[in-house]
Design a protein around this ligand. Sequence first.
Ligand SMILES: [Cu+2]
Length: 158
Amino acid sequence: MNPGTKILTTTGSGQSDPEYDSGVTRHNVPPWRQVIWLICMLAIALGGGVGGPLPAAAHALPERFYPQRDSTLGAAPTEVRIVLDGDVEPAFSAIQVTNAAGQRVDKGNGRIDERNRRLLRVGLGALGPGVYRVTWRILAIDGHWTEGAYVFTVKPSE
Ligand SMILES: [Cu+2]
């Protein structure tokens, strides 16, 4: 298999990525992740997925987001949760939340839930009004990366 046919490479924040608005970018591998990318490709090769369609059940994509993408909330959420439609490798799955200045506002505990491998979650500090960006990535058990970002807004209290 030519990895180039499956792996898209991009650089930058993703803000200018045409797929950004969809909130989902498949197989997006920035340069700093190349070591993990190699591990991923090895996993795909060892998994026998070379050159043919992989079982749909092995893929994993987000199914629901809380808060919802592009939503505006009257009260600050205390957690961000993403429900996935397939199993992932917890060690290579991550979620972060930043404010408009790009500063982390999550509690640094972003992870796959211990009891539910299809729930990616992270706790939040006390959020004031503003626009917040959720960045996530997951490594499905078939070795395929998916990552994306979306925003939600917390309204000023009245
Ligand atoms: Cu896959």
